[in-house]
Design a binder for this molecule. Sequence first.
Ligand code: ADP
Length: 222
Amino acid sequence: MVNHPPLHVVAFGRPGSGKSSLAERLGEAHGFAMVRTGVLLRDAVRQGDALGRQVEALLAAGRLVPDDLAYEVLARDLSALRHNRLLFDGFPRTLGQVPLMARLEQAVGFEIERYVEIAVSPDEALARMGGRRVCPTCAATYHLRKSPPKAEGVCDRDGTPLVGRADDAPEVLGVRQAVYDEHTGPVVEHYRRTAPDRFVAIDGEQPFEEVSRDLERALGLS
Ligand code: ADP
């Protein structure tokens, strides 16, 4: 295995910004372990454990789960965070989670070197979200217009019929944008102000390949 120099990154971007696809690409190309609270929370719902039962309705409604539960889903497996390259996708997401991120850094013993914002306008984000499909088996994501599966309606990797995410229902999309503006926008501003030398914003409205290249550059990876 390649021994990458340490790099710990937090990625921000409104729902529909392409953040998760970009993060996935970056993770595969540069050896990051992905830390996705959304995925961990949906896993907990699927498993039906105590945490999953507490958050199920909130997730389906596109609302945030309480800060302590977002922290718990990460902290219950600290060993997964002992990795020299971590990419956080979905945490911290509220101002209340900013000190919890500091606590996590302390508990595991790493430091965030880069905060990256994938900047996309609310209108563009909404337009992109309508066509998203996901594989319920392996979590691969597709977009009906921009990255369709090879065979219509089924996953390229395992042939499972694709589904829309519960929180991609049209009536929930607007809620998720509003939740981002109200809760996560201030977190982005917080780091932009308090850690300007570690903060970078990228134009997320360019074609995917260009955003991806800008992201690699911003992290000193190309
Ligand atoms: P997206 O970024 O596309 O909205 P995610 O997969 O990151 O989706 O998150 C899905 C859902 O999981 C969110 O709408 C929210 O309900 C919950 N969630 C994820 N991360 C957090 C967090 N840090 N704090 C509170 N809720 C969270």
